[in-house]
Design a protein around this ligand. Structure first.
Ligand SMILES: [Zn+2]
Length: 572
């Protein structure tokens, strides 16, 4: 048994996330967590809402609520949807928690003591019309690199070049659109990432098993141009974690808060402390996951995120941890994802284009989405959601292959033997061949899951379902029954046992259907099939079951067309 710490990139608080966000980190992280638990490992799976920064302030203002109330409300909304999607977090925390306030101030104090923070008087863009300093991302203009007209002051999302607001051609306020901007002086703290560049470089070089997608992004930031830049970690905002040096005041920093990108990753740690508090545990209980001097030296730590978050996880957050000089657990493996596009374009929160998590659950159960998203995860390249592909995938994989298998074998058994596992006969050559094939496939499935190869895992699982269907087709117990009822009984017995096997193997992908399959089979034992042959004898003759309701309904052409129109854009 191993101990694995898993974190998913934390979703921003301002509104409900779309399916592209979901498959970019939380859902594959859940798949991995469920799989590892299924294999009997000790897992700590953490996620939280990312609540600080200007977008939260603006969203709260738009909703006519104080920002703290807005965040509390949206936290409940996101938490509820996560639960209904089956995201099995051990704790879903909040970056605005007292634990994160404390830890963020603690890290800043340690970094200052280590000489890794410098104070900078700098010029920042002030918007007269908005009567506030504008954070970099709230200044828009034309990208000097590629000419994209809606580049943000921190980064051009078209060519991904990192920018300073003053680089932009024809800058304007993204809040009001005003071009009445001026540059004023203000004082900020910078994390001296440049001083840690070699240390970070060596650390990344030691991660030989990381995906190229991950290391190439980090290396680019370390070596392109002038190399890794120091990063501002404070902002002139009201909402956020007040700048303090550990427990002490920070002279000259009154009224300022830490930049959301500084405190958000620290929430991964704080979330474990929140978990301890929520479950009546001690500090030692969460520290054994995070402090290598307090038991975390045997923990394997895996992070899941979209590719746009890679620099912060490979450089900024490690710089915070390394710079603290304290024995915090560092990430062992990063799994990053490309983007999921929507029907010939991009998902757009502002334009309401694409399917959002709440809407998805209004039209179909979570498993339909989980299956499609995971089996089409944007791993090696971007992938695209189309309704036609979604319909085809659900109807074929879930309804025709898995659902049909379960329905066919249980109904046939009920009609000939009643609702209990029939006795008589023995497994013959055909059954042994199936068991050998399944054993090979289950071992391959395990390897893919352990390697976090999401698509390959889905393909292998589907092949496992198909193997059962093909067996049933060729064994044809309905024909066998006429000439050799004993043999038919053995075939049916194998088929019923396959349902339990499928439920256990499929649980990480489709946990709700898996639970229904187990319930129908009247079994709660979810022991992993280390020995496939033995697991296919678990349901003994005489064991009673019930024919389940239809597991997966097919998506009709009419539904598909209706949804295509409905989600084309302009969500309220
Ligand atoms: Zn650009």
């Amino acid at each position: 048994m191993a101990r694995i710490l898993i974190t998913s990139a934390i979703p921003y608080i301002n509104g409900i996330k779309h399916l592209g966000n979901l498959i970019g980190s939380q859902l594959p992280a859940d798949l991995y967590a469920r799989y590892l638990r299924g294999r009997g490992n000790e897992v700590m799976f953490l996620c939280a809402t990312d609540e600080h920064g200007t977008p939260a302030e603006l969203a709260a203002a738009k909703a006519g609520q104080p920002v703290a109330e807005y965040c509390a409300r949206m936290y409940e909304v996101q938490s509820d949807i996560a639960q209904r999607f089956g995201l099995s977090f051990d704790h879903f925390g909040r970056s605005s928690s007292t634990q994160n306030h404390h830890l963020t101030q603690h890290f800043a104090g340690r970094l200052a003591d280590a000489g890794l923070i410098r104070e900078v008087t700098e010029k920042q863009v002030y918007s007269n019309a908005d009567r506030r300093f504008l954070p970099d991302r709230y200044i828009e203009g034309t990208c000097p690199n590629c000419g994209y007209e809606r580049a943000r002051g921190d980064q051009c999302e078209n060519c991904t070049k990192q920018l300073d607001p003053t680089d932009l051609i024809e800058p304007r306020s993204a809040i009001s659109g005003s071009t009445d901007l001026e540059v004023r002086e203000t004082k900020h703290l910078y994390l001296r990432q440049s001083a840690m560049s070699d240390q970070l470089d060596k650390w990344i070089d030691s991660k030989t098993d990381w995906p190229v997608l991950t290391t190439s992004i980090a290396k680019k930031w370390l070596h392109d141009g002038d190399g890794l830049q120091d990063r501002g970690i404070t902002r002139d905002l009201d909402w956020g974690i007040p700048v303090r040096k550990g427990d002490e005041d920070w002279p000259g920093m009154e009224g300022k808060v830490f930049y959301v990108w500084f405190d958000a990753p620290i929430e991964y740690i704080a979330c474990a402390a929140e978990w301890a508090e929520a479950n009546g545990k001690s500090d030692a209980d969460w520290q054994r996951w995070w402090r290598t001097d307090k038991g975390a030296d045997d923990v394997r730590y895996v992070q899941f995120m979209g590719k746009d978050n890679v620099p912060f996880h490979t450089l900024s957050f490690p710089a915070t941890i390394l710079g603290s000089g304290e024995p915090w657990k560092m990430v062992d493996h990063l799994k990053s994802f490309n983007y999921l596009n929507y029907d010939g374009g991009q998902f757009s929160t502002s334009q309401g284009r694409g399917v959002f998590m709440d809407q998805a659950l209004e039209i179909l159960p979570a498993d339909y989405w989980r299956w499609w998203l995971l089996s089409h995860a944007p791993e090696s390249s971007d992938s695209e959601f189309t309704w036609e592909n979604f319909q085809q995938s659900v109807n074929k994989d879930l309804a025709d292959v898995l659902g049909n298998f379960v329905s066919r074998i249980t109904k046939f058994c009920r009609s000939k033997f009643g609702e209990e596992v029939p006795e008589g006969g023995a497994y013959g050559e055909q059954e042994e061949a199936l068991i050998a094939d399944l054993t090979t496939r289950v071992r391959a499935y395990e390897r893919h899951m352990e390697a976090m190869e999401v698509r390959k895992s889905a393909q292998e699982l589907r092949a496992i379902w198909v193997a059962g269907n093909e067996y049933l087709q060729s064994a044809a117990p309905w024909a066998t029954f006429k000439t050799d009822p004993e043999k038919a009984a053995a075939q049916v017995r194998l088929g019923l046992n396959l349902i339990r096997l499928y439920a256990v193997l499929s649980a990480p992908f489709i946990p709700f259907a898996s639970a229904r399959m187990l319930e129908a089979m009247g079994v709660s034992d979810t022991t992993w099939p280390e020995d496939v042959a033995a697991s296919l004898s678990m349901l003994a003759p005489g064991h009673s079951f019930a024919v389940p309701e239809v597991l997966f309904a097919k998506i009709t052409d009419e539904q598909r067309e209706d949804w295509e129109t409905r989600f084309a854009g302009t969500r309220d």
